[in-house]
Design a protein around this ligand. Structure first.
Ligand SMILES: [Zn+2]
Length: 144
């Protein structure tokens, strides 16, 4: 939490925040989120860096590819889910049979596969979300 540089009171709410970008290392972009705070105790106005993060410029084409990847993963996920359904049906049919153990293994493996896939998908979705909602030169909140 930002502290007033004059009287060291804690200031919770910024008057406004915005982000700045500057070139970073290795072709990355450094984004700083800066807030202007106003100390109610001693009436000092001061800036405070709320956060920094490295951004990477990404081409639209690359973003498009990520979207495609998600679509593909959706398909794979659907297929796997179908397989699981099928296996569940098979399972009920062969219940009591020796095959059951083997099917259950496959069944468990598929379930793990699906959950992994969902995990990866979510990560890519997060990345896309992040990329699409990060507008490098757009001010956040009010204009400074
Ligand atoms: Zn103060």
């Amino acid at each position: 939490m930002p502290t007033c540089p004059t009287c060291h009171s804690k200031v919770t709410e910024p008057l406004k925040t915005w982000s700045t970008v500057e070139p970073g290392k290795n072709g990355k972009i450094l984004e700083c989120v800066v807030g202007i705070y106003w100390c109610t105790n001693c009436k000092t106005k001061f800036p405070y860096v709320l956060g920094k993060r490295d951004l990477k410029l990404i081409e639209n084409r690359e973003l498009q590819e990520l979207h495609e990847k998600i679509k593909m993963m959706d398909k794979v996920e659907q297929e796997l889910t179908k397989k699981i359904d099928q296996l569940e049906k098979e399972k009920t049919v062969v219940e009591g049979n020796l095959l059951l153990t083997r099917l259950e293994d496959r069944f468990e493996n598929l379930k793990v596969e699906v959950s992994l896939l969902k995990e990866v998908k979510r990560e890519i979705e997060d990345m896309i979300n992040y990329l699409e909602h990060t507008s490098f030169f757009k001010l956040q909140g009010e204009k400074p």
